[in-house]
Design a protein around this ligand. Structure first.
Ligand code: ATP
Ligand code: MG
Length: 357
């Protein structure tokens, strides 16, 4: 049986995205060659360059093409710096909602010598991606925020039973593949209806996973415990905003935002590789941005596609990417300055490519 070709989109995003996305693609190409996984790469416009070339930060042609792909790599988008015109919309919510990418899987892993606060962290936070304080704009008018008078603002937080069940199921599947432990993070002591529904929905789904041990931690306690005993956790699942904050905290434990990868997944096997960090305009063009988070997000995409579609070549490709990246991270001469190294981004990428040969 011949190996099926994967169709993968490449969307650079803004600022350092133009550096770290092409770097990730070079590494993925080398790994794919070594593993015998054929890939069709499709470059697509998004963000500031798309505004110049296609008149919109989120061109409709990009969305149409994405729907024919197996997955894609999305660089960071600096939407806060966009001009205040209707054509300059933030592509993130459109992508997540259009493709129903409801779970954002964000791993945190220690590496020796790079400035991790502990050497033995290995956990995954699964962040709900489409509800909470950033609800679906089609259902809840506008941004979910209202200012009924100049001195009062109201933010709506949406939690649905179905949305909660979907993200918890994704986390349970992940926990089943790891050490079979899942921690629900919420604050149902105060948000009795919203967080209350999240917890109720979680236990409804968890009943189908008797092999996974489920416990709960209140979000403020979790913020403290991530610092004190992050080793106690394996898979954590939480609502959108809590997950946003806790994943940055977790990144801080293991060397910062350059070490924080992510994969957005949904119901089908389509997935979007997206690092946790932003477009870092302060270091763009200096050749020092850490490419790890983007490379690892890309690796997660191929591992995911390989497992979902029973494609051993893609899983092998992902394993090769991990080994090569571990190799570069292991030496100060081949890692970037933010993680106690003295290589440029190119130097780190070259080292990973050499390890793949
Ligand atoms: P966003 O609103 O998009 O999340 P942000 O304000 O959180 O953006 P980032 O762009 O994530 O900001 O950057 C925050 C800080 O982390 C910046 O000082 C940036 O230089 C640093 N940083 C982010 N990503 C990387 C990276 N890959 N390598 C090195 N430093 C990074
Ligand atoms: Mg941020």
């Amino acid at each position: 049986m011949s190996t099926r070709t994967l169709k993968i989109g490449v969307l650079n995003g803004d600022d350092i995205g133009h550096e770290i996305v092409p770097a990730s693609v070079r590494i993925a190409k080398a790994a794919a060659r070594a593993a015998g996984q054929p890939i069709d790469w499709v470059d697509l416009p998004i963000g500031r360059t798309a505004l110049d070339t296609h008149g919109s930060t989120m061109p409709s042609g990009t969305l149409e093409t994405l729907s024919q792909l197996d997955g894609w790599i999305l660089g960071p988008i600096g939407h806060r710096d966009y001009p205040n015109v209707p054509e300059a919309i933030n592509p993130h919510p459109i992508l997540r909602k259009h493709f129903d990418l409801f779970a954002n899987v964000r791993p945190t892993r220690s590496y020796q010598g790079i400035g991790c606060i502990y050497d033995d962290i290995d956990l995954v936070i699964v962040r709900e991606n489409n509800e909470g304080f950033q609800p679906d704009r089609n259902v809840f008018m506008g941004s979910g925020e209202f200012r009924p008078n100049p001195d009062l603002s109201i933010s709506v937080r949406v939690i649905s039973r179905e949305g909660s069940q979907k993200v918890v199921r994704a986390a349970l599947e992940l926990a089943r593949a790891r050490s079979k432990r899942l921690t629900l993070v919420h604050k149902n002591t105060v948000f009795k209806l919203g967080c209350g529904m999240f917890v109720e929905a979680a236990y409804q789904v968890a009943a189908e996973y008797p092999d996974v041990t489920v416990d709960e931690v209140i979000v403020d306690t979790m913020a403290m415990r991530l610092v004190r005993d992050p080793q106690s956790f394996d898979v954590i699942v939480t609502t959108n905003m809590f997950g946003d904050i806790l994943t940055d905290e977790a990144a801080g434990l293991v060397g910062g935002l350059g070490m924080a990868p992510g994969l957005c997944i949904g119901r089908g096997s389509v997935a979007m590789a997206q690092a946790t960090h932003g477009s870092a305009p302060d270091i763009a063009g200096k050749g020092i941005a850490n490419p790890y988070a983007m490379i690892e997000s890309t690796r997660m995409l191929f591992d995911w596609l390989g497992r979902q579609r029973n494609a051993p070549e893609a899983v092998d490709m992902a394993q090769r990417m991990r080994n090569a990246t571990d190799h570069a991270l292991g030496n100060a001469a081949t890692r970037t300055p933010d993680i106690r190294g003295h290589a440029t981004q190119d130097g780190m990428v070259q080292s990973i490519l050499e390890a793949l040969e």
